[in-house]
Design a protein around this ligand. Structure first.
Ligand SMILES: [Zn+2]
Ligand SMILES: [Zn+2]
Length: 262
């Protein structure tokens, strides 16, 4: 007999895709919308000195970015449904008893997942900048020459799929609690909005700080959208530093944008 939550049943699997997609869409609109209103909507003049590119976004850019982001959300929703199905079938290392590894393990598992995703994304991103792949897979994201909070999920569906595939792969090996997975995916959404904000929000000296120098922000990622051949990272600068692909302009631009800020 069919169990009420057997996700391998087609209608329940489709329902899981719909629910997961709705959650991803809601989180994208909430996060990108909040950043947009705060930095562009209410009093953009307040952030003028921290705006990385002085030019405004061209007309129609936000509409295109939101449409691509909604398609991305459907693909992320599909991945979510696959993860729910795999969880039910016992394929993944998802555990339900929070005391199984202890509370300390929750942030540690999130950090490990971010570092694994960082490694995958850095090399995928470099691959996507090869001429042939770039035209098919990655150009949509770079259509936004000046990024905006709405750019954060603006990917070609193939790129969205390549990005999403790492989550179930990580869960094959890394034990994670569902709460840690939700926090991890929310961090991903928020940091993507921060990196595409085109307004530097981190404090002066962050680029040289022992912790800050390893973190990617709006200045770092805006240079990727402008220069193409530098700053391929997602959350952390480690791979760009090790592979010598960090933009030589980064520290100077960061200092310019943060030191003259009020
Ligand atoms: Zn790129
Ligand atoms: Zn980007």
């Amino acid at each position: 007999m069919l169990k009420a939550t057997d996700f391998s049943h087609p209608s329940l699997f489709i329902l899981a895709i719909v629910i997961c997609s709705a959650v991803v869409i809601f989180r994208y609109l909430l996060v990108a919308g909040t950043f947009y209103l705060f930095f562009y909507g209410w009093n953009p003049q307040r952030w003028a000195s921290r705006k990385i590119n002085p030019k405004p976004h061209p007309p129609g850019q936000y509409r295109k970015e939101i449409i691509w982001s909604l398609v991305t959300s459907l693909i992320f929703g599909l991945t979510g449904a696959v993860m729910a199905l795999g969880w039910q079938k016992g394929i993944f290392k998802i555990y339900e008893d929070i005391n199984h590894f202890g509370l300390w393990y929750l942030p540690v598992s999130i950090l490990i997942a971010m570092l694994l995703q960082e490694t995958y994304y850095y090399w995928l991103h470099r691959l996507m900048h090869h001429k042939q792949l770039y035209r098919i897979v990655h150009r949509v994201h770079h259509d936004s020459h000046i990024a905006s909070p709405w750019t954060s999920f603006s990917f070609h569906p193939l790129e969205a799929l390549l990005q999403a595939i790492i989550f179930p792969v990580i869960l094959l090996f890394l034990p994670m609690h569902p709460a840690a997975i939700v926090v991890y995916l929310t961090i991903m959404t928020i940091t993507s909005a921060i990196n595409h904000l085109d307004v530097e929000i981190y404090p002066a000296g962050f680029e040289k700080h022992p912790v800050g120098k390893w973190m990617i922000g709006a200045t770092h990622h805006s240079l990727h959208h402008k220069q193409f051949r530098y700053n391929y990272g997602l959350y952390f600068t480690c791979w760009d530093k090790w592979m010598k692909t960090e933009s030589p302009l980064y520290k100077k631009l960061f200092s310019e944008k943060t030191n003259k800020a009020s």
